[in-house]
Structures are given as structure tokens and as C-alpha cells.
Design a protein around this ligand. Structure first.
Ligand code: BG6
Length: 607
């Protein structure tokens, strides 16, 4: 997830405006930055690796002439952070400049085609193909906007782009497909940006581009057209009533809630990961002697859930291990036959890296799953996958957890296919259901959020909570517990439900809240038994159930519903959403700041 910006000013230089707008977009990505302006039909570009302040100190981002320009702050997905991979990218003639937010899935095939036509590529990014495609279209005589239209029609994936060209120096052309894009309209200027915060101090009216729409920004304002049939779209600007602080959270009161709501988009991104890395990692897992899934905190819970997926789908036994215990628990057994799949959204957690380092020294194979390209984990991994969730600002991991689960389940499915452990029909069915998960998460947030708010209000004064689940849901229970504990400071205990009667049940008394995860899977009969055990001791049962599950509805004091049609092995993704919301609203009820819980850090880089 990157931030793009563009502006056409009646007077004055665009560069300082672009610089400050990118600062307001920096939470979207901060590993490299760049801008381009047009002056006397010449394209002027400044870009480099590093945070905006660092690049500004080196290159002075305010010092570029021209009243028309575009800018970009990057969260690397394809091609490590570097000057050559920073945006804007240009075509062979350096007459066209493009900034992009999103993922071009078919960029490798397009690149090969364009190279055969003689185009020379500078960077390792997916974005650069767009510049050369526009160049191809324009060399056929098309005006800029139609050339951009022709180019984006060749693209698969998600994109918000802004384009400058020296042949039409009075315009910016921008297009949206899935990645967000908004126009800002002011008396003496017009802007385009990944979101409203970028131009909020400059314009109080905005126009949101819909998927498949192209915007042409000119001195006299903007024109919108549909990419499909090139028909004109009329849309009046709407007044924006946000404070800048609010804007950075896109109208959400906290980053955590914003990131919970971003999960459908992030999950769609995980379904577009580069085939070759998924395949390569699957091959390494297939060849592995033994596999350790190593991580901390929420990432460890993703590993625990994955151990059920690998076993059930691919009959691969894996060892989920809390990183800080790895050396003590398995250190001496690790050898050249061992494979470590280290999971870390930051890619910088010291305990996880220490476990990896120990194993590397014993010739083990290191695989990495992270959300941060160019993080240390990417550098020590034989193969790594970047999960494309974009920056996560809230200290408590939410969107990165469900994205980790999506990637891990895809690996388990691929391994099952490679090993022929389950039938093709089953694999196709699971793949189709995985594609459907982003919509299901959308529905859960829409249909259950209000109910969760009421639950948080009802149980806000409770001293302690239980989270119980069976099978893969025991991982979801642990994650639900961690969220409530770390965000709302509510003492909470999670157990595989079967284990609860071997001790923890002694805590239960009348009104004691017990959260049960009850997907309709092979554990259903026994989970109903556990609910009865807790009810017999007066517990208040909060059940996360599949829609229309009348039996458990009848047993529960409160319940939250998950849409039908999900294979049990993928249930941790949707079933954790209500638990994330419960922790968030419980923190609000207790007047706590969900974004900055006490004593915690987003990434602990000390052991
Ligand atoms: C903790 C964070 O510091 O580190 C947790 O507060 C996170 O949210 C854990 O799950 C592990 O972080 P990472 O970056 O290795 O996934």
C-alpha cells in the first residue's frame, strides 16, 4: 500500500505542495519517495530510497519548478526499496511519468512482451510496465488519456495511477481499479490522491473515483470517463467535514478500527501474490525433513492455526514454536534437514530473528512470511513471501493476522495439490471458498459490528474472560484472548476447550463470561458438551456461531454469527473478526486508547 498524489495549480510551484501532501500520506508507506513536475514541456524528477524527511534533506523536495506535478511514497511490494525502484517511473523516452499504488499481477508477461518490442526497463517493479504500455499506445498516435485507457486495459490486478506526459503538459490523467483514489477540488487548483488526508488542508471538496474510472485533471477542473465504454461520468464534488487527524484515519476514530475494516481489501491482495514465490516455498516445504513454524505474539497464533492446515490438507506435520523458546525447546535437534518458516509482520522481531539465526548456523533452510519488504527477515530467508497488507499502525495486529492466515492456507493447499493428498474437487472447492473469504469478512463487519458494541457494553465490568475453541479454533481462541488482554487490559484465559475441564473450570462461577468459537466442523459435538459444562456452573456463554445455528443459539446468552459456506480449516480468518471488534469496543468502553496500549510496541527489536 503506497500513497500517490498529483496537483495542477493555477499559480505557484507544485513541488512544496507535493512534498507536504506526501508527508500526510506517509502512514501508507515510507521506504522511498519521489516526485515529478512539468516545466516547459520537460519532465523533472526527484526520487530516492528512505523516509520523506531523509530524502528531502538530501534532495530538497520543495525545489522543482512547475505548477503541475505528481508524487509517491512507497511501501515496497515488487522490487526492494532503492532509488531505481522508487516512483515516479518513466518510459524509454522519459516523456511519460507514472506513480502507482496497487499490484499489477501480469507484469512479468507484459514486461517480456514490451522487451521483445525493444523497451528497456530500469527497475524491478511491476509499475514500470505501465509507462511503456502508455508509450506504445501514444506511439500509435493516441492522445494521453486514450493511451492511458489502452494501457490499463492490459493490466490485471489493482491500481490507482497518476500520469504526466510532456506531450500534454497541461494535464494529469489518473485511473482507479480497486486501490483508492480521490480528487480534491479547490478554487485555484485540482488534486488527485490515494485518500483525502493528502489534500484536506488544500481543498474542502472531493470527488471519489469509482472502479474502472479515469480522471483527467486540467486547469479548468476535472473530467471523468468510464474505461469500458469511454462514456462521460458526471459527479459533483462533495464537501469534506474532517479534521486532518481524523483524515489520516480516513474518518475512523482509531487506526485499529480502520485496519479491522481494511481486512477485505488486504485479503484480496493476499490472493494476488506472485505465483512463483508461493510455488517455490511450497517446494521447500515439500522437501523438508521437519518444519518449525516460528513466531511471536499474534504471528505465533497464525503459525498454530497453520499447523492444523498443513496437517489436515497436506498431511505435513509441523511444529508451531514460540520464538523465544525455540532454542531451549528444539535448538539441539535442528540440523540441515530442518526447515524454519518464520512469520513476522514487521520482519524485525528480535526473538524470531534470534531463532532463525540459531537455525541458520545449523544449516537449516529458512523461509519467511512478512509484511515488510527488505526487513531483516527477508534478507536472512532463502525464500520469503511479502503478504501485501500495507503498513499496520495500530500496535495490536489485526489485518496482518488474517493476511498471514490466508497466505499460510494457500501454501497448505498448494502442498496438498503437490502431494495429491486431497482430491482435485476438494482443492478446487477450497480455492473457490478462499476467493470468497474477503466478501464474507465484509459481511461480518457490516452485520455484526453493532452487536459487538452492545456486548462490549454488557460485559465491560467483568474481571476475567475465557476463550475456548477446539481444533484449529483453539488458535482463534488464543488470538481473541490476546486482543482483549493487550487492548482492553481484561485478564483473559484461552484454552483448547477439551482442556478447560482439567483445571481452568475452577474459575467459573455465575456470570463468568466464556467466549466459545463454534464453527460447524468435526469438533461441534464436543464443543456443545463443553458449553453445557460451563453453563452448569453458571457461566455466561458468548458463542461465535455459523449463521442459523439454532442449537447453540438456544444454549448461548449471546451470540455472533458468521455466514455459511466456509470450510472449517479456513474458519480462523472470519471467526477472529468479531473477537478483534470485541477487544476494540471493550477498550473504548473502558476509555482506553486502542492504538497505543501501555507497555507494548509494534515490533519488539530486543530479546
Ligand atoms: C508485538 C506486537 O510486539 O510483536 C504484536 O505488539 C505482534 O502485535 C508481535 O504480534 C510479533 O510481531 P511480528 O512483527 O514479529 O509479527
Amino acid at each position: 500500500m503506497c500513497g500517490i498524489f498529483g496537483c495542477i495549480l493555477r499559480k505557484g510551484d507544485a513541488a512544496p505542495i507535493i512534498h507536504s501532501a506526501l508527508k500526510r500520506l506517509e502512514y501508507r508507506g515510507y521506504d522511498s519517495v519521489g516526485e515529478a513536475t512539468l516545466q516547459q514541456e520537460k519532465l523533472l524528477i526527484k526520487k530516492d530510497e528512505g523516509k520523506i524527511d531523509e530524502v528531502h534533506a538530501l534532495h530538497n523536495l520543495d525545489d522543482l519548478p512547475g505548477r503541475i506535478g505528481i508524487g509517491h511514497t512507497r511501501w515496497a511490494t515488487h522490487g526492494a526499496p532503492s532509488r531505481v525502484n522508487a516512483h515516479p517511473h518513466t518510459d524509454c523516452t522519459e516523456k511519460i511519468a507514472v506513480v502507482h499504488n496497487g499490484i499489477i499481477e501480469n507484469f512479468l508477461q507484459l514486461r517480456r512482451e514490451l522487451e521483445e518490442l525493444g523497451h528497456l526497463f530500469q527497475s524491478k517493479t511491476d509499475t514500470e510496465v505501465i509507462c511503456h504500455l502508455i508509450e506504445e499506445e501514444m506511439s500509435g498516435g493516441k492522445p494521453l488519456a486514450e493511451a492511458v485507457r489502452g494501457a490499463v486495459k492490459r493490466l490485471d490486478g489493482s491500481y490507482a495511477i497518476a500520469v504526466l506526459s510532456t506531450s500534454e503538459p497541461d494535464k494529469i490523467v489518473c485511473v482507479r481499479k480497486e486501490s483508492p483514489l480521490a480528487l480534491g477540488v479547490a478554487e485555484d487548483a485540482v488534486y488527485c490522491a490515494s485518500d483525502i488526508p493528502a489534500f484536506l488542508p488544500l481543498a474542502n471538496k472531493s470527488v471519489i473515483l469509482q472502479d474502472g474510472e479515469l480522471g483527467m485533471l486540467k486547469d479548468e477542473g476535472y473530467e471523468l470517463r468510464k474505461i469500458d465504454d469511454w462514456s462521460l461520468v458526471t459527479r459533483e464534488p462533495e464537501v469534506i467535514d474532517w479534521t486532518p487527524e481524523m483524515a489520516e484515519k480516513q474518518g475512523y476514530p482509531h487506526f485499529m478500527l480502520k485496519e479491522i475494516h481494511e481486512q477485505p481489501l488486504c485479503l484480496r491482495n493476499t490472493l494476488r501474490l506472485q505465483e512463483q514465490y508461493l510455488e517455490l516455498m511450497t517446494t521447500f516445504l515439500d522437501r523438508a525433513g521437519e518444519v518449525f513454524l516460528v513466531a511471536c505474539g499474534t504471528s505465533y497464533h497464525a503459525c498454530l492455526a497453520a499447523s492444523y492446515m498443513f496437517s489436515k490438507l497436506a498431511m505435513l506435520a509441523t511444529y508451531p514454536v514460540i520464538a523465544s523458546e525455540f532454542v531451549e525447546q528444539h535448538g539441539r535437534a535442528v540440523n540441515i534437514e530442518s526447515t524454519i518458516l518464520a512469520v513476522s509482520q514487521s520482519g524485525e522481531t528480535a526473538d524470531t530473528l534470534a531463532a532463525v539465526e540459531w537455525a541458520r548456523k545449523r544449516a537449516a533452510t529458512i523461509l519467511g512470511l512478512t509484511n515488510t519488504i527488505d526487513s531483516t527477515l527477508t534478507r536472512v530467508s532463502r525464500v520469503y513471501i511479502c503478504q501485501q497488507s500495507g503498513p499496520e499502525i495500530g500496535v495490536a495486529a489485526t489485518k496482518t493476522f488474517t493476511s498471514q492466515l490466508s497466505v499460510l492456507s494457500q501454501l497448505a493447499l498448494r502442498l496438498a495439490k503437490k502431494r495429491g493428498k486431497i482430491s482435485h474437487e476438494e482443492i478446487e472447492d477450497l480455492e473457490e471458498k478462499l476467493e470468497h473469504i474477503p466478501n464474507i469478512v465484509d459481511t461480518i463487519i457490516e452485520s455484526q459490528e453493532e452487536k459487538v458494541k452492545q456486548l462490549a457494553k454488557k460485559y465491560r465490568d467483568k474481571d476475567c474472560f475465557f476463550f475456548l475453541g477446539r481444533g484449529v479454533s483453539s488458535a482463534s481462541a488464543l488470538e481473541g484472548r490476546l486482543k482483549l488482554l493487550e487492548i482492553a487490559y481484561a485478564p483473559s484465559i484461552a484454552y483448547p476447550a477439551g482442556e478447560s475441564k482439567h483445571g481452568p473450570i475452577s474459575l467459573v462461577e455465575a456470570g463468568f463470561p466464556v467466549v466459545f468459537l463454534c464453527p460447524r466442523d468435526g469438533t461441534r459435538k464436543t464443543i456443545v458438551g463443553n458449553i453445557m459444562e460451563m453453563k452448569a456452573r453458571g457461566a455466561s456463554i458468548i458463542a461465535i456461531i455459523q449463521e442459523g445455528d439454532e442449537e447453540i443459539k438456544g444454549l448461548a446468552d449471546d451470540y455472533l454469527e458468521i455466514p455459511e459456506g466456509l470450510p472449517e480449516i479456513l474458519s480462523p480468518i472470519p471467526y477472529v473478526i468479531p473477537l478483534q471488534l470485541l477487544a476494540y469496543y471493550m477498550a473504548i468502553e473502558r476509555d482506553l486508547d486502542p492504538d497505543k496500549p501501555r507497555n507494548l510496541a509494534k515490533s519488539v527489536t530486543v530479546q
